[in-house]
Design a binder for this molecule. Sequence first.
Ligand SMILES: Nc1ncnc2c1ncn2[C@@H]1O[C@H](COP(=O)(O)OP(=O)(O)OP(=O)(O)O)[C@@H](O)[C@H]1O
Length: 315
Amino acid sequence: MSVVLADGLRKEFVVWAKAGRFRRSRRTVAAVDGVDLRIEPGEMVGYLGPNGAGKSTTLKMLTGILTPSGGSVRVCGLNPVPDRTRLARRMGAVFGQRSQLWWDLPLSESFALLRSVYRVSSGPHGRRLRECVELLEMGPFLATPVRQLSLGQRMRGELTAALLHDPELLFLDEPTIGLDVVSKEAVRGFLAELNQRHGTTLVLTTHDLADIERLCDRLVVIDRGRVVHDGTLAALHERYGSRRRLVVELDGPCAPLAVAGASTELVEADGRRQTLALDGPLPAVVAAVAAAAPLRDLRVLEPAIEDVIRKLWVG
Ligand SMILES: Nc1ncnc2c1ncn2[C@@H]1O[C@H](COP(=O)(O)OP(=O)(O)OP(=O)(O)O)[C@@H](O)[C@H]1O
């Protein structure tokens, strides 16, 4: 059974704009405009899009915070708004602006309170907590009041809080935003491990390209409330014509290379180093370069994710 099943999901908001001195005009905007989404157990899905595309609004509908204006939605087989309490036991959510932790309590006491909130028995709760403490290296700050934690430490606490009741599905809204490099890596490593060990389904929004590369097997891209891509990162590269690049080091100065299956993009050091964008098969291009000039070294650069995302956003 699909963990997330949305069909023609819509959310409209009414916005009022000033029209003249005393009048206001009413306008309806579709923040989410007919999204179809099917997510299977164990998938890691990036839900991406430019600012204002409708990502948060979708996640709010999937987690039962907002009632859809149209379409149908099922999450873990439940209807998120009316079944919100039952759904809360099956899913976890980490949304930056909503904390699950008690500000004045030590982290460990927040975790103990959450055990009662979700009515989890002490055995599974303790096992889960020990695992999170170990993987997220939280031992040194478990006794620290939440308000004294750094952002990275608090995020590790939020992740743990969202997972103590052992949810099968975890929603994350920008899980690494604002974190230092070490915490970003810790969070990414943890999420990948969680997915591998427990098969937890992950759905995350992010603007961080490293998150996308590390955590998203599948990318669902939305723009102006509509899905514009649903597939792997590789499929996205293919669709937008991203090309691999071949950097060749030559023995001496050389004119720009002209070989079939590639176009020369950059010529450096009197032609000793040249970068070619590949259109044809790599072995044929390498053979052609080797025949044209004395080759010292070469390396292949995979297409940069920045390029393809920029193309997507800019159109
Ligand atoms: N409560 C609301 N009332 C009116 N308009 C809203 C409301 N919430 C969101 N919107 C509008 O709906 C659109 C989608 O917003 P949403 O927050 O879902 O985008 P997003 O993709 O999450 O953006 P970001 O990456 O900036 O968080 C935006 O145009 C936003 O202004």
